[in-house]
Design a protein around this ligand. Sequence first.
Ligand SMILES: CC(C)(COP(=O)(O)OP(=O)(O)OC[C@H]1O[C@@H](n2cnc3c(N)ncnc32)[C@H](O)[C@@H]1OP(=O)(O)O)[C@@H](O)C(=O)NCCC(=O)NCCS
Length: 174
Amino acid sequence: MNDVLIEPLSTKTVDKVCSLAASLFDDEVQSPEIEIRRSLSKKSYVDTFTGYTVSNIDYWVAIHSASGTVGFIGLYENNTDSHEAVWIGWFGVHPDFRRKGIGSQLLDCVIERAKERNKKYLRVYTSTYFAEEQALHMYKKRGIQIKKTEQYEPEPSLDVHYLELLLTAKTSVQ
Ligand SMILES: CC(C)(COP(=O)(O)OP(=O)(O)OC[C@H]1O[C@@H](n2cnc3c(N)ncnc32)[C@H](O)[C@@H]1OP(=O)(O)O)[C@@H](O)C(=O)NCCC(=O)NCCS
């Protein structure tokens, strides 16, 4: 979609991104706002769900030429595996702008940015609460594969998938 540009999160876009993220992930245990805002202040924080210290956070925003902020995605590291891995953070597209390739643009952007961090792996977890089929389809298409599936503790009827991409391997969109 050529009327959408991906740019780094800034003080101009952060409020819109936080309210879009809050509307998409309103049932999550942890608010996306903490991580998104910390990406600008460059401060680490302790994730209340995992107990991990999250640092080196960066976010990017999808800006539609007429409608403004329509999507976002982040990268972060956590203290348990920062020697080898970078993680995909909160990722979403406004419901009115889905199925136009914006999510794919955002995901391809962070895969490229992740490679610049010189880590071995790009990791992401996703719960089956969301329409995970779409996200899983996108991840698998880029070679990001499920490594482990666990029961989601706050809601035992759901699972959490942990996925991983070997960044040093040659990857291409199929
Ligand atoms: C996942 C999400 C970011 C995808 O954004 P998007 O802009 O619609 O993504 P795209 O338009 O680039 O579509 C990506 C792929 O998913 C497919 N797809 C998108 N919506 C779909 C749907 N409702 N049903 C089936 N496939 C779908 C597209 O066909 C495309 O596949 P292709 O590349 O093989 O053609 C968006 O659906 C979303 O914000 N979901 C809620 C939050 C979420 O689940 N985030 C991820 C948590 S880890």
